[in-house]
Design a protein around this ligand. Structure first.
Ligand SMILES: Nc1ncnc2c1ncn2[C@@H]1O[C@H](COP(=O)(O)OP(=O)(O)OP(=O)(O)O)[C@@H](O)[C@H]1O
Length: 542
């Protein structure tokens, strides 16, 4: 534990170069972040500071001491209901206080948490309950109908017929005594990935890999004790744990949650202003919606802002910098890991590049064909003594293909410049060849986004008799533009000016983009889609 605190304090007090050079991961043999860090340090030393505040559709506010006591009650009550060390709990709640209480409570008990989004259907749930070996479920009463059959304890927030009532937990004692120590390598979390390219995989994290592994995420965001941190992401996804639990509480910051039924950029801007948010994190999809607003009209108290989860297009960075004088800093990671690559607060940002490996991460680029290491290839993490603490222990019931040849393979391709800055090219499954050149969908989408008519874009290969494949863009239009020939021509002309001939967009369709329930563009679906109303560059530009 003292090891964890020393590592955290070192990062809080270090500039990026020192942190990258000298940071060492803590190596605890026993570690329970909820008991040792949340209760033992945060609640003990800053009991009156606000740990969690929820605003919007619902509202709540808890200090560290209050949340520590509440999670003790929930832990005691869950134990009375039969929850034991190692039991798997499917946690399907929205952005409500019970989510954080249950998470801390389960952690204290040494139970395993399987976070799930409330958007899951009954069929998804049945599959996940089975694949995850679920013994208990905590869900809202409104979702109870989606849980059919199954041999597990059912706990409802709200009243649900035959389900145990979560709110009885508040009658349980506020003092909690664990039944024994928790080993750092014990399983803490099982995450289903978003399924952007394939079937969701089940990722296993330990009591060390996510809680302590997120020291790199804390450093990337630049969180400090006392910050008010807002992150836009839905419960059930790893990103929620990254930035709504572990990174801010590692620093001792307040987790501020904007709870909404339907996303509104305006409402989000109001929260950022009214709640005096100092650090803000949002996926590029949300940033793309924000820049459709009159950003310069908003005076915000933000100190710093970051984006992660998808490629961050330079156009977004540019527009936000013009409006607010703040440079959005990109960060890269996966469900499988904590933040691996990113721009720390004092790093000079190179728009278009994700930044450099974060403290504790060494990144190796491996050519997918030759297997050689270089400055161009798949992002891989060494599994030897450089293995980062934030890397998962493995996939449950899955193949070990990602862990091979001494490296964890991320499935993402990137390039590195001579100063070590890493630029995202695409997922190995999304990158394609046209006229024998490698095409980065991200690079082309970034050029498309520079055009005023383009709100969102996805580039995929389209079959071509001569070149085998040519880049095709699916575009969602910005308000005020028509999906007609004139708009298509203007976009083709823009791409023609900005892109080398072999990379040029040759086909274009206006359409909504298919997304995962976590909001990521599913290019894999567009690749096999039949043309509906396709514009061809050769027909429209001379
Ligand atoms: N800053 C970033 N720039 C570019 N891409 C990013 C960035 N951050 C994350 N990503 C993309 O998101 C992926 C991680 O997302 P996540 O773990 O949610 O699962 P997924 O890959 O979307 O789902 P699945 O593995 O099931 O297809 C990365 O592998 C990368 O492709």
């Amino acid at each position: 534990m003292s090891d964890f605190r020393a590592a955290r304090d070192f990062l809080l007090g270090s500039d990026p170069d020192t942190a990258r050079r000298d940071f060492r991961w803590p190596e605890p043999s026993e570690f329970n972040w909820a008991l040792d860090w949340f209760d033992g340090v945060l609640a003990a030393e800053t009991p009156g500071a606000v740990a969690l505040k929820i605003v919007g559709a619902s509202s709540a506010s808890y200090t560290f001491a209050e949340l520590s006591a509440r999670s003790n009650q929930v832990a005691n009550w869950l134990h009375q209901q039969g929850v034991r060390r190692g039991d798997r709990i499917l946690l399907m709640l929205g952005n409500q206080a019970e989510l954080w209480e249950s998470l801390l409570a389960a952690m204290k008990l040494g139970a395993v948490i399987i976070p799930a989004t409330t958007l899951l259907t009954a069929k998804d749930i049945t599959e996940r309950v089975q694949r995850g070996g679920v013994a208990h479920v905590i869900a809202n009463a409104a979702d109870a109908g989606k849980f059919t059959g199954g041999e597990y304890t059912k706990i409802a927030v709200g009243d649900a017929y035959t389900w145990l009532s979560y709110h009885e937990a508040y009658e349980a004692p506020e003092h909690f005594v664990p039944d024994g120590p928790t080993r750092a390598q014990d399983t803490l979390l099982l995450y289903f990935t978003s399924g952007t390219t394939s079937q969701p995989k089940l990722v296993e994290h330990t009591h060390a890999s996510y809680p302590a592994g997120h020291l790199s995420t804390m450093f990337w965001i630049g969180l400090e004790p006392g910050d008010v941190h807002l992150n836009v992401s839905s419960p059930g996804w790893a990103k929620h744990a990254w930035s709504n639990v572990f990174a801010p509480w590692n620093a001792g910051a307040t987790v501020l949650i904007h709870d909404y039924q339907r996303f509104s950029a305006r409402a989000l801007l109001e929260v950022l202003r009214d709640e005096q948010v100092t650090t803000f994190c949002a996926p590029p999809t949300v940033w793309r919606m924000l820049i459709q607003e009159e950003l310069a009209a908003w005076r915000l108290p933000l100190r710093t802002a970051v984006a992660a989860g998808e490629p961050l297009n330079p156009e977004i960075i540019d527009q936000v910098a013009k409006a607010w004088g703040i440079t959005i800093r990109d960060g890269y990671g996966q469900t499988e890991t904590t933040a691996q690559i990113g721009n720390a607060p004092d790093d000079p940002v190179r728009p278009g590049s994700m930044g450099r490996p974060l403290p504790g991460y060494e990144v190796v680029l491996i050519d997918p064909v030759s297997g050689e290491q270089g400055d161009d290839g798949e992002i891989c993490l060494p599994l030897d003594d450089r293995r980062p603490l934030g890397l998962m222990s493995g996939y449950v019931g899955g193949s070990s293909e990602a862990m091979r040849g001494g490296f964890y393979h991320t499935g993402d391709v990137a390039t590195r410049d001579r100063d070590g800055y890493i630029t995202y090219v695409g997922r190995t499954d999304d990158v394609f060849k046209a006229s024998d050149y490698r095409i980065s969908p991200f690079e082309l989408e970034s050029v498309l986004l520079e055009h005023a008519a383009v709100a969102e874009a996805a580039v995929v290969p389209a079959p071509d008799p001569v070149r085998l494949a040519v880049p095709k863009a699916y575009v969602t239009l910005a308000p005020g533009f028509e999906p007609d020939e004139a708009t298509a021509r203007a976009i083709f002309e823009h791409c023609r000016r900005e892109l080398a001939p072999f990379k040029r967009i040759r086909r274009l369709e206006f359409d909504e983009l298919p997304k995962t329930i976590s909001g990521k563009i599913r290019r894999v679906e567009l690749r096999v889609r039949r043309p509906r109303r396709e514009f061809r560059e050769e027909d429209l530009t001379p």
